[in-house]
Write a protein of this length. Structure first.
Length: 463
């Protein structure tokens, strides 16, 4: 589709009572602005221009980070002076130009708009009989929204704000969503004609509709199939409301694809996550970022995964995982913490109150409970006794630990890195291992136990 999307993200959003840009606020772990950009790209827009203003550096950083590898260009243009929506569009056109295809102007605080809505909206212009269209929707309660007034042929007569509606206009169900589609050539030709003769002294994009009509062009509306596409965010309450809607949309789709939710209202799955069929999702499960979970898994309860890839038949219970890879047939938790750089191979078990950081856990290996493993390469079928720790930090640098296949680490073993423990080795419980352990060796490090008879009686006498 030869279309350009201009996304307006320059508004301050003062009702959010925030130190951040309104469009930077996240829905299911993803900034609002990225929901809109993603929808435009998925709709087939060949170019996306984001107009930033308030908190420009923050929004620009979000866009640069999210779309540095995007196949379609996503550019940021700053509206240094916030002089209205038409001024923002003119800034975008002056900076990036515009072709003769359709141009869709979207709001950055409309996170629920779907790609098919944007695509169909743009195609109203591609069809060739319209110079512009306004996106409309029919919310169950139209209070507060401007009404779309059409003539008998379906051409747009005017948009009437709620406060200015007559009783007849107030009864109109079709409301203004605040987004516009234009013929690119007509937009570039007439955008400079928008004036600022109003109380705010700003240039308003809806004025373009009247300008195009006066130029003999046809203007109409395009109504969303799903009214939720037109809902915007102007407050924390609306942010929560739209987050719940986004959650329900995603969970409904996943259930249709074969995923089981014990309580769909208590599972928060991000838009970039995938879950395989026959996986069971328990309450208070959160998948943030690019999570990919295979088939026949069990997630939760009380689990938060960020950018985690898990294979098939994994059980992840009461776990926090960030930037980790789990292969197949793995059990984790309850109450485990998997930190960035962790890679757990097939059949491994990570148990209760275990923390793993930047380590590879080999096939069939077990870290059952109360342990910390960091900067470690662990072989297959290793057993780590309770309370064991890799002491990988000397106060300045991190050091590696390696543990060979089929090795048994006794309970409460301190492995002081850098250290290599061979295959088929054993460490005695309570040892502090500071030297390499050869294959097949037993390493024992203990002081001699002393028994002091009568100690408690003498201690009480001193007190």
């Amino acid at each position: 589709m030869n279309a350009t999307a201009i996304i307006l993200a320059a508004g301050e959003g003062t009702r959010m009572k925030s130190n951040h840009a309104k469009v930077a606020h996240a829905i299911l772990g993803k900034p609002m602005i990225c929901w809109v950009v993603d929808a435009a790209l998925a709709a087939g827009c060949e170019r996306v221009v984001v107009v930033v203003g308030s908190h420009a550096d923050e929004v620009r950083a979000i866009i640069d980070r999210a779309y540095e590898d995007s196949p379609a260009p996503v550019d940021c243009v700053e509206q240094a002076e916030r002089l209205g929506t038409a001024h923002a569009v003119r800034v975008a056109i002056e900076a990036c130009g515009v072709g003769d295809g359709p141009v869709v102007v979207l709001n950055g605080d409309l996170p629920l708009i779907q790609p098919e809505t944007i695509r169909d909206f743009a195609e109203t212009i591609t069809a060739g009989n319209l110079a512009a269209a306004v996106l409309s929707f029919m919310p169950p309660v139209p209070q507060g929204y401007g009404r779309i007034v059409l003539d008998e042929d379906g051409a747009l007569l005017r948009i009437v704000e709620q406060k200015d509606c007559t009783p007849e206009e107030d009864a109109i169900a079709e409301c203004n969503a605040g987004c516009y589609a234009f013929d690119g050539e007509q937009l570039a030709l007439h955008i400079g004609e928008v004036g600022c003769d109003n109380a705010q002294g700003e240039y308003y994009l809806p004025d373009m509709l009247g300008i195009l009509r006066e130029a003999g062009q046809r203007v109409s509306s395009f109504c969303c199939d799903d009214y939720r596409d037109g809902l915007g965010v102007n407050s924390r309450a609306q942010l929560a409301e739209l987050t719940a809607i986004a959650r329900d949309r995603i969970n409904d789709r996943l259930m249709a694809e074969g995923v089981t939710f014990i309580d769909p209202a208590q599972a928060w799955i991000g838009p970039d996550a995938t879950i395989g069929r026959d996986t069971i999702v328990w309450p208070q499960t959160h998948l943030i970022g690019r999570c990919h979970v295979g088939e026949d898994c069990v997630l939760g309860p009380n689990t938060r995964l960020t950018n985690v890839r898990a294979g098939d038949r994994c059980s992840i219970d009461e776990t926090v995982g960030i930037d980790v890879v789990l292969e197949n047939d793995i059990t984790v938790g309850p109450r485990a913490y998997l930190r960035p750089g962790t890679h757990i191979l097939d059949g491994a078990h990570i148990g209760t109150h275990v923390e793993i950081k930047k380590s590879t856990i080999g096939e069939g290996s077990k870290v059952p409970h109360l342990s910390y493993i960091g900067d470690t390469t662990m072989g297959a079928r290793v057993n780590i006794g309770a309370g064991s720790i890799t002491c990988n930090y000397d106060g300045v640098h991190k050091h590696p630990t390696t543990i060979g296949d089929d090795t048994f680490i006794g309970s409460d073993t301190m492995m002081v890195a850098p250290v290599n423990i061979g295959s088929h080795a054993v460490t005695g419980a309570g040892g502090t291992i500071t030297k390499d352990v050869p294959d097949g060796a037993l390493a024992v490090e203990r002081t001699e136990q002393r028994i002091i008879e009568g100690y408690s009686e003498r201690k009480r006498a001193r007190e």
